[in-house]
Ligand binder design. Structure first.
Ligand SMILES: *Cc1c(COP(=O)(O)O)cnc(C)c1O
Length: 422
């Protein structure tokens, strides 16, 4: 195997000596490949972010809820956020206990609240209406409340979850109503929560949002924890030298904040962060193959099997992912050129990487989309009646194991019931 531009994965020792072409042959293309060592490193970095005893890292499992990934995260001592019964159930399967799962939900049905109560998970609600609904389902129960931190950030409008234009959280001025609902149903408000948005590389907005929370926190004596949210970014553009978050600086800022909170409140609270992307993104690479190369309207198109049904981020958020190219045949070229890497879905928006300068690519080459471990497979779909890919984990030992089978066409076809014209 000839790796034409594999600097990033080489430096991370991503494949641990395994041959990506061989992985595709064995498990099918396209394929999500995860690296256990990198996943463990990211878990540890977050656990060690702040030098404070009662500091918990709750992995936002929506970023990657593969069972094996959750098992690794569990074995590292993290907890998880779940947002649906499915995420909670796969969390249980991975070994998390009820008390390890924060049910951070949005606009859920009463039936779902009953499920949360039955399972004994801690729920976080983000509207007065949901708080009251929870009170009815589970009077006297525990709850935490998500407030809008009054400020937001994110890599795309769609993922800014604080500030003025968002469906999330309760406005700070509504604390009185929160207090009333808590009292009416005899609830115990044990925590408050913010989440400013997804993918920040500097902590300023995160910290400012958290500062706004303290005024709210002071109004509730029963509070045991403050959940500062997630959103810690990763450098998606490593090939151009983008640097990771300065964790040391971030850790210091958070510790300062914690000390300030504790002194204003007059006791030591527990603190939680809930990173998703930071934990899972960099341990994942999406491999696919080049089926066609063509020039049209003066542009060069590299036609692959990685459509937006497989990786939605570029189409959904205009996201940038570094691309590597590997080759098994003998073809060689010194040329670099601008190309458009596209998928096999019947929409012209099906572009993974636009106008990207890469070594000349030939048919049968392998494309690797980097940093695909978060919001990758979990957002894949059967659009165009295509099969969601398999997922493989490269263990610390260097062995590749299948951790989710690729869909089969029967899985999908069998759900349909003919109306049966005779
Ligand atoms: C999605 C989400 C997170 C995780 O966001 P990342 O950007 O992946 O870190 C954390 N908290 C809440 C409430 C979320 O919805």
């Amino acid at each position: 195997m000839n790796k034409l531009n594999s600097k990033v994965t080489d430096e991370m020792n991503f494949y641990k000596g395994l041959n990506p072409g061989q992985l595709l042959k064995e498990f099918g293309s396209p394929l999500y490949v995860y690296n256990e060592s990198i996943l463990r490193d990211r878990c540890r970095e977050m656990l060690n972010l702040v030098d404070y005893n009662e500091f918990t890292v709750s992995f936002s499992s929506k970023a990657n809820s593969n069972l094996a990934v959750l098992e690794v995260v569990q074995s590292e001592g993290l907890k998880i956020d779940a947002m649906s019964p499915g995420e909670a159930l796969i969390g249980f399967k991975a070994g998390f206990r009820s008390e390890d799962i924060l049910y951070v939900c949005n606009n859920i049905a009463v039936e779902e609240m009953k499920f949360v109560a039955e399972k004994g998970m801690i729920i976080g609600v983000d509207s007065i209406s949901q708080l009251r609904a929870w009170g009815k389902v589970n009077p006297g129960g525990k709850v935490f409340v998500r407030f809008n931190p009054g400020i937001g950030t994110g890599h795309n409008e769609k993922v800014i979850t604080g500030g003025e234009n968002t469906k999330f959280g309760i406005d700070a001025e509504d604390v009185k109503e929160v207090a009333n609902a808590v009292k009416e149903f005899n609830l115990k408000l044990i925590g408050i929560n913010q989440h400013v948005g997804s993918l920040f590389m500097k902590g300023d907005v995160f910290i400012e949002g958290a500062r706004n929370l303290i005024e709210t926190a002071k109004k509730f004596d029963s509070i045991e924890f403050i959940n500062l949210g997630g959103g810690f970014g990763i450098p998606y553009n490593k090939q151009n030298g983008e640097l990771p978050i300065d964790l040391e600086e971030m850790g210091k800022m958070i510790l300062e904040l914690i000390n300030q909170f504790n002194s204003e409140i007059g006791r030591s609270l527990k603190y939680i962060i809930e990173p998703g992307r930071y934990i899972a993104a960099e341990c994942g690479v999406l491999l696919g193959q080049v089926n066609t190369v063509k020039t049209s309207g003066g542009k060069k198109y590299i036609g692959t099997d990685i459509g937006f049904n497989v990786l939605a981020r570029p189409v959904m958020y205009d996201s940038y992912h570094d691309i590597e190219v590997y080759r098994e045949c003998e073809a060689c070229s010194e040329k670099h050129e601008k190309v458009n890497i596209v998928g096999n879905i019947c929409e012209s928006g099906d572009v993974i990487a636009a106008e990207r300068m890469l070594p000349e690519i030939f048919e049968d080459d392998i494309i690797a989309v980097l940093d695909a471990g978060a919001y990758g497979h979990v957002m894949s779909s059967n659009y165009n009646f295509r099969l969601r890919p398999a997922e493989v984990l490269i263990r610390e030992s260097g062995e590749a194991v299948l951790v989710r089978e690729r869909d089969t066409i029967c899985d999908i076809l069998n759900k349909y019931k003919p109306i049966g014209f005779k």
